[in-house]
Structures are given as structure tokens and as C-alpha cells.
Write a protein that binds this ligand. Structure first.
Ligand code: NAD
Ligand code: WQD
Length: 344
């Protein structure tokens, strides 16, 4: 019998790539998603890649009764990977209560229901945003948590605290918290990828949309940062590599490989790239020129952050593999596919 894993937000960007890797690793996956930032067609893409259609239910994680019914119907779930959240930093400043409700209540519902339904393990999607601007780079998991710069960032910090407190009070529940750096790229099959809503706020979808002509020009935010070329530095991590870390985290919990109740891992490459370096790498990898212009700083941006991934490499046994060139090429192929399908 296959072991069952519940993936919340499994129709989303990182969730869908993780469902593929879970199915490839032999797990039975149940996906729930309210489709607030995705569409059900993603499930078809997952099926085309793996040959397996995951169970899918359109369900909101804030709907506790619905979650209860789902757990009753699908008994024996071994673990949950909780991706479902609202994630737009700017929107969270405009609509903080929506973000606090969606991102906090969802997690609280799951943590309340887990012991009642014998579910012991939860993997949680956190973010390098919890570090703010780190004092020491590369940043490791012991770095202090800095005051959040947005309600979104604050929800991730509070989520981590909620997990720590809930697990302390109920040691039958264990958790692995994964702090992602900047996930980019698409599945090599080009069946699934990132589907930004409206004008993208993140660099890569804006860049690929500019390269294909949907946007006229990419603005590079800032040229006077204390970095090699004055633009900000980030750690861009391939989304399939990232997805694979979730399978390893699930295995670690199910096989009880750790004696800790809560573990935290950075998921990054360990390499920082500036915005300008990234644009030039994209141009080289794809042969496509990007029309960009250097403009002023974007409010709230961190100057530079990249991961020390040693703990994930040595303890989790995970390491990012894909090159940034191949990753950017996958993002470009995905953009071309969206055009071909008439999506954008
Ligand atoms: P995404 O928006 O593509 O995926 C999230 C999915 O959750 C969407 O399909 C959305 O419809 C769904 N969802 C939202 N609220 C829900 C709810 N209440 N009930 C059910 N479904 C709900 O985002 P993503 O980039 O795949 O991010 C996944 C997780 O990783 C999020 O928790 C996000 O905060 C976190 N994260 C993302 C990044 C990033 O840069 N993409 C970085 C760090 C952390
Ligand atoms: C990357 C770099 C921009 C757009 C955000 C969230 C963070 C995390 C990941 C979830 C920055 C520059 C961008 C553009 C640009 N998400 N840029 N022109 O800001 O590192 O992180 O997504 O947890 O919480 O804050 O990602 O992709 O927006 O920006 O120059 O049009 O690209 O200034 O240096 P960021 P990003």
C-alpha cells in the first residue's frame, strides 16, 4: 500500500512540482487547493508528467468542517505538506487581515485536526524572508529572526512560532520547516510552471514576460546597493530541486530519522547572484535579449541574501543540482509554452 500524503496548495507553483516528485517517489498524493492562485488544469499537467492523477479536492484550508470531512474520507494520511498560503508581499501590505486570516487560520486548523486524525507529520513552507537583512552572509538557520517588513513576512514568522508551540504541547506531532530562498524555473517537461496573476511582482516572470514582449521593459530596482554591481543579490533555487527536498523531508519524518520534534532547513544553492548577473545569464542561456532599465530602489527590498545550505546538505541529505543557466532556460521554455497555449 502506498503511503498517503496530503498536499495543501498542491495546484500552486511549488506544490505542483512537489506532487510530481512525491508521486515519482511512490507516494499516494491527495491535493487540496481553493484555486485562489491556481487552476485545476495544473492537475492535468501533473498527470501528463507522472501518468498518475492525484486525488484533487477544491477545498479551502480555512474551512475546518471541510478539512474534517476530507480527513474522514481519506483515512491513514501519514503526513501533510502545507503550501497553501497567500504570498504577494505588496498585497499583504494592502490587505493585512486577509493575509493573517488565510495564512494563520489554515495552519491552526491543520494543527488542531492532525492529532484528532492520527496525522503526525507536517512539512511547512517558510521563507528566507524571516531573516530580513542578515548580519552574516551566507545566512544559516541560527541567524536571528528580524522584524518582518510586511504582513506576509510576519505570517511566516508567526507560523513558525505556532508550529513550535503546538509541537511542544503535543509531541505526537512533528514538523520540518523549510525556508525557501528564491524558487525559479519550471518542470523540464514544460507541463507545469509558475502562473503569475496579473502583473508579476517577482523578477523571473517579469523578465520572461518582457523577453517575450508582454511587458515593454524590465525595471531593475536599484543600482547603488553595496554589492558587486550595485543591484540586489538573491539565491535563486530551481523549483524541481526544491520540490525534491520535500520528498526527502517527508521520508525523514516517516522513517523517524531525527529525534527532534521540529527541524528547520534552509533551501538554497549557497550562491548569490545579482539582478544584473541574472539578466545576463538569462540572455546567454536563451540567446534572447532583455530590454531592461535601471531605476530606483523598490521599497522594502533586502540588499543581499543568500543561503548557507550546509545543514540541509549534511543533515537532510539534500543539495541543489540544477545550474542557473538550465533553470532560466526552463523558465523561458515555460513562457513560450504559455504563449503557444494562448494563456499569456
Ligand atoms: P502559489 O500561490 O503558486 O501556491 C499556493 C497555492 O495555495 C495556490 O494554488 C493557492 O490557490 C492555494 N491556496 C492559497 N490559500 C489557500 C487556502 N486557504 N486553502 C487552500 N488553498 C489555498 O505559491 P507558491 O509560490 O507555490 O508558494 C507555496 C508556499 O511557499 C507558500 O506558502 C509561500 O508562502 C511559500 N514560499 C514561496 C516562495 C516563492 O517565492 N514562491 C518563497 C518562500 C516561501
Ligand atoms: C528578486 C530581486 C528585486 C522585480 C520575494 C518575497 C519573499 C519570497 C520571494 C516568499 C530583488 C529585483 C524584481 C522586478 C527587479 N517569497 N526585481 N525588478 O523580493 O527576493 O522576494 O519573493 O516567501 O518573501 O519578498 O523576490 O523576485 O520580487 O525580487 O529588479 O521587476 O529582483 O529588487 O532584488 P524577493 P523578487
Amino acid at each position: 500500500m502506498k503511503e498517503k500524503i496530503l498536499v495543501t496548495g498542491g495546484a500552486g507553483y511549488i506544490g505542483s512540482h512537489t506532487v510530481v516528485e512525491l508521486q515519482n517517489a511512490g507516494y499516494e498524493v491527495i491535493v487540496i487547493d481553493n484555486l485562489s492562485n491556481s487552476n485545476a488544469g495544473v492537475i492535468d499537467g501533473i498527470e501528463r508528467i507522472t501518468g498518475i492523477r492525484p486525488v484533487f479536492e477544491k477545498l479551502d484550508c480555512n474551512d475546518k468542517e471541510g478539512l474534517t470531512a476530507l480527513l474522514e474520507k481519506n483515512k491513514g494520511i501519514k503526513g501533510i505538506i502545507h503550501f497553501a498560503a497567500s504570498k504577494a508581499v505588496g498585497e499583504s501590505v494592502q490587505k493585512p487581515l486577509l493575509y493573517y486570516r488565510n495564512n494563520l487560520v489554515s495552519l491552526i486548523n491543520l494543527l488542531e485536526l492532525m492529532p484528532e486524525h492520527g496525522v503526525e507529520n507536517i512539512v511547512f513552507s517558510s521563507s528566507c524572508t524571516v531573516y530580513g537583512q542578515p548580519d552574516i552572509l551566507p545566512v544559516d538557520e541560527n541567524a536571528p529572526i528580524k522584524p518582518a517588513l510586511s504582513p506576509y513576512g510576519n505570517t511566516k514568522q508567526i507560523n513558525e512560532e505556532i508550529i513550535r508551540d503546538a509541537v511542544y504541547a503535543n509531541p505526537a506531532v512533528k514538523s520540518i520547516i523549510l525556508r525557501y530562498f528564491n524558487p525559479i524555473g519550471a518542470h523540464p517537461s514544460v507541463e507545469i510552471g509558475e502562473l503569475p496573476n496579473g502583473v508579476p511582482q517577482n523578477l523571473i516572470p517579469f523578465l520572461t514576460q518582457t523577453a517575450i514582449g508582454i511587458r515593454e521593459q524590465l525595471s531593475v530596482f536599484g543600482s547603488d546597493y553595496d554589492t558587486t554591481d550595485g543591484s540586489c543579490i538573491r539565491d535563486y533555487i530551481n523549483v524541481v530541486d526544491l520540490a525534491k527536498a520535500h520528498v526527502i523531508a517527508v521520508e525523514r519524518m516517516l522513517r523517524k530519522k531525527s529525534d527532534k520534534d521540529v527541524e528547520i532547513f534552509n533551501l538554497g544553492t549557497g550562491r548569490g547572484l545579482s539582478v544584473l548577473e541574472l539578466i545576463h545569464t538569462f540572455e546567454k542561456a536563451t540567446g534572447v535579449k532583455v530590454n531592461y532599465k535601471i531605476v530606483g530602489r523598490r521599497e522594502g527590498d533586502i540588499e543581499k541574501v543568500w543561503a548557507n545550505p550546509d545543514y540541509a546538505n549534511n543533515v537532510l541529505g539534500w543539495k541543489s543540482k540544477e545550474t542557473v543557466e538550465d533553470t532560466l532556460l526552463s523558465a523561458w521554455k515555460w513562457q513560450l509554452k504559455l504563449r503557444e497555449k494562448g494563456i499569456m
